[in-house]
Design a protein around this ligand. Structure first.
Ligand SMILES: Nc1ncnc2c1ncn2[C@@H]1O[C@H](COP(=O)(O)OP(=O)(O)OP(=O)(O)O)[C@@H](O)[C@H]1O
Ligand SMILES: [Mg+2]
Length: 236
């Protein structure tokens, strides 16, 4: 499991993340919900080690996060972040090949993932030549190339139409595995309701709620923080 203890992230003008502690279990999808600017992306960037934490610690299966190799953490960025000048296949194989894994093995894995996501035949296309939903699936496939046990999604459906939201939700749900921790940052509350096991609600860098998904979305929301109640009332 992922164990976050007293995580603080400071910026020059104050704390972005204020003493966060939570556990995310293997086999579960943990959703992080909160208003814009609450610190969701910053938290994922800390977990993916793209930015250092200011204090506290994060452990994954008892090991300090810093000891994990890059291949053990998969991050799917908001807005895909595919390389526009590389073909779909090259986007998928770039990281694993540069890590020294034999090209043939990597290409085979890429074909397998493309097939799994109904994208076979798109290998030679460029990101500019495929749809938003397809790009998002490619971005997910790319994150899966090294079979990371820790998988982080930042707003994976923000650029998609409602049908695609459902489809990408089903893909994320299908990635649930007893060996894997999945963290899903989303403002798509219905997506969290459909696929998450737990919901963490963040506001101004403070973790206000940490409850089972069914409790977060229960008709009786009186046990939730006032801020979460307000947030939910605005979207339903
Ligand atoms: N590098 C940085 N330096 C200083 N402040 C930052 C930095 N990155 C983010 N922030 C600030 O930290 C806060 C949290 O930003 P973050 O991007 O994590 O929010 P978010 O919850 O992901 O928002 P959104 O839902 O809009 O994506 C914001 O107030 C933002 O302005
Ligand atoms: Mg964000």
């Amino acid at each position: 499991m992922l164990n976050v203890n007293n995580l603080v992230k400071k910026a020059f003008n104050g704390e972005i993340l204020k003493n966060l502690s939570f556990i995310a279990k293997r086999g579960e999808i943990t959703a992080i919900i909160g208003p814009s600017g609450s610190g969701k992306t910053t938290l994922l960037r800390c977990l993916a080690q793209l930015t250092p934490i200011s204090s506290g610690n994060v452990q994954f299966s008892g090991q300090d996060l810093k000891e994990l190799s890059h291949g053990e953490i998969g991050l799917v960025f908001q807005n895909f972040h595919l390389f526009p000048h590389l073909t779909i296949l090259d986007n998928l194989i770039l990281a694993p090949v540069s890590q020294g894994i034999p090209r043939e093995e990597v290409v085979q894995k890429a074909h397998h993932l493309l097939k799994q996501f109904s994208l076979n035949g798109k290998e030679k296309r460029f990101p500019g030549e495929i749809s938003g939903g397809q790009k998002q699936r490619i971005a997910i496939a790319r994150a899966l190339m090294l079979d990371p046990p820790l998988l982080l999604f930042d707003e994976p459906t923000s650029a998609l139409d409602p049908e695609m939201v459902k489809e990408v939700g089903e893909i994320i749900s299908s990635l649930q595995d007893s060996k894997r921790v999945i963290i899903l940052v989303t403002h798509e509350v219905r997506l969290a309701q459909q696929i998450a096991n737990r919901v963490l609600f963040l506001d101004h860098g403070v973790l206000l709620d940490n409850v089972e998904s069914k409790e977060f979305f229960s008709t009786d929301s009186t046990k939730l923080s006032k801020r979460a109640q307000k947030f939910l009332s605005n979207i339903s």
